[in-house]
Design a protein around this ligand. Structure first.
Ligand code: NDP
Ligand code: 2IT
Length: 451
């Protein structure tokens, strides 16, 4: 099939999807970003169209939506909505995090689940793609309220899970505390010690060392690989980071270990610019112990730090930008500002933080761009290592896990880089990652028949 026919056909698949699943803009955006890359593959392999592999990949295998009733500390009845989208299990059990945030809806869970299929394929490990969550807002809730919510959520979700079936982990609003409550309730309902049913567990009860750090560490390692190709490294580089949650904190940590000068973090209220460099110990105390805000950091840090509530963190001049908060947080205007200020690399710790318009600006300017499904795959890869440890009833040292993580990130980098070259798009990691991941999943789907 000529490439233009392939492009037209992919556009028709996308148009059908938009008609069939209206009101899911983030899902459409994620699908479009992948399909845009696939014309050369579809043109070269007619069996993909004949067996309708692309149409099958954009349709989740199963979607579960459920009511989550719980009681607040005043005795009031609260109702939230729970989701689990089991997107694709051609390569292994559904795997992907749970997000608790008021913005969560089916379209957002589907975008995250769709991305997860390809991210997980890139790790080279045996994990399928899924995602879940709730519109529950943990902010301002007591530990007891979070526990009751998690118990109610798991009371429904447990029937869909299993170490060989579907294995959730954390995402926005779901960290160690929530995973503890979720695991406790799963164990209580099922009467099984089934460690491999959730990842990101505490290291004292089945969790892998370095899982907490893995997403941020992995994104910095991926960035270092991209810089290496360009004959440089992170030593002495000025770095800006957005977010101040799990991914952001360990992005700051690893960037600093590699000699970078990290000057920003943010949250939904604003950002902090700290010209002396982020004091990680203070930030961790405020975020991980006190569950505070970046404004508290600015207050306690002294004169080097300033809290800014106007404009965008991406207006701060930088060599390397690492968005680590949420989807569509880096817009076209932001990309123009970054390029004007001389950015050389942007790598996505968050899922889909860069809008399509912003990506176009970065591409045209020749900025090295690490797409989320490659750059932030260190978290889920380490989850797969946690599953491996659980299956063997084993517990690896931090050094061993970090070595494996570094190996996975290098391999993802090289796969994306080489695939982009092979398809005539040198340096285009986004296209390389999409094609390499799609081919791995598509081959498995084709081999397993009409399922
Ligand atoms: P956390 O809940 O730990 O932190 C989220 C951070 O992002 C907070 O600083 C939060 O600020 C900010 N944020 C969230 N939503 C918004 C919003 N709508 N606008 C502005 N800021 C926002 O989550 P994680 O660090 O785990 O996740 C961050 C990103 O990384 C997400 O895109 C997630 O999907 C992705 N990711 C996470 C992985 C993991 O292992 N945890 C793995 C791979 C990707 P505030 O407190 O004000 O809401
Ligand atoms: O987006 C992601 O890759 C995650 N939130 C981590 C998923 C996982 O199963 O570790």
């Amino acid at each position: 099939m000529p490439s233009t026919a392939a492009t037209d056909w992919l556009a028709s698949v996308e148009a059908a999807l938009q008609r069939r699943d209206p009101g899911e803009p983030e899902f459409h955006q994620a699908v479009q970003e992948v399909l845009e890359s696939l014309a050369p593959v579809v043109a070269a392999r007619p069996e993909l169209r004949e067996h309708r592999v692309v149409e099958r990949l954009v349709e989740p295998e199963r979607q579960v939506i459920f009511r989550v009733p719980w009681q607040d500390d005043q005795g009031g009845v609260r109702i939230n909505r729970g989701f689990r989208v089991e997107f694709n299990s051609a390569l292994g059990p559904y795997k992907g995090g749970l997000r608790f945030h008021p913005s969560v809806n089916l379209g957002i869970v589907k975008f995250l689940g769709f991305e997860q299929i390809f991210k997980n394929a890139l790790t080279g490990l045996g994990i399928g793609g899924g995602k879940g969550g709730s519109d529950f807002d943990p902010r301002g809730r007591s530990d007891a309220e979070v526990m009751r919510f998690c118990q109610s959520f798991m009371t429904e979700l447990h029937r869909h899970l299993g170490e060989h079936t579907d294995v959730p982990a954390g995402d926005i609003g779901v960290g160690g505390r929530e995973l503890g409550y979720l695991f406790g309730q799963y164990r209580r309902i099922t009467n099984r010690w089934e460690a491999g049913v959730l990842t990101g567990k505490g290291t004292g009860w089945g969790g892998s060392r370095v899982r907490t750090e893995a997403t941020g560490y992995g994104n910095v390692l991926f960035t270092a690989e991209m810089l290496k190709v360009r004959g440089t490294d992170l030593e002495g580089r000025r770095v800006t980071v957005s977010g101040s949650g799990n991914v952001a904190l360990y992005t700051v940590a690893k960037a600093q270990q590699l000699g970078a000068h990290v000057v920003t973090v943010s949250d939904s209220g604003g950002y902090v610019i700290d010209e002396k460099g982020i004091d990680l110990a203070l930030l961790q105390q405020i975020k991980e112990v006190e569950r505070g805000r970046v404004s508290d950091y600015a207050e306690r840090r002294g004169t080097s730090a300033r809290y800014v509530t106007e404009g965008s963190v991406w207006e701060v001049p930088t060599d390397v930008a690492l968005p680590s908060a949420t989807q569509n947080e880096l817009t076209e205007t932001d990309a123009i500002a970054l390029v004007r200020n001389g950015v050389t690399a942007v790598s996505e710790g968050a899922n889909m933080p860069t809008t399509p318009e912003a990506l176009r600006v970065l591409r045209e300017a020749g900025v090295a761009f690490g797409p989320a499904k490659a750059a932030n795959a260190g978290g889920v890869a380490t989850s797969a290592l946690e599953m491996r440890q659980n299956a063997a009833r084993d517990s690896w040292t931090a050094d061993r896990v970090e070595d494996e993580l570094a190996g996975v990130m290098r391999s993802i980098h090289d796969t994306a880089y080489e695939t982009a070259e092979r398809y005539g798009r040198p340096g285009d990691y986004a296209t390389g990652a999409n094609i390499a991941a799609f081919e791995r999943v598509a081959d498995a789907v084709l081999a397993q028949g009409l399922i």
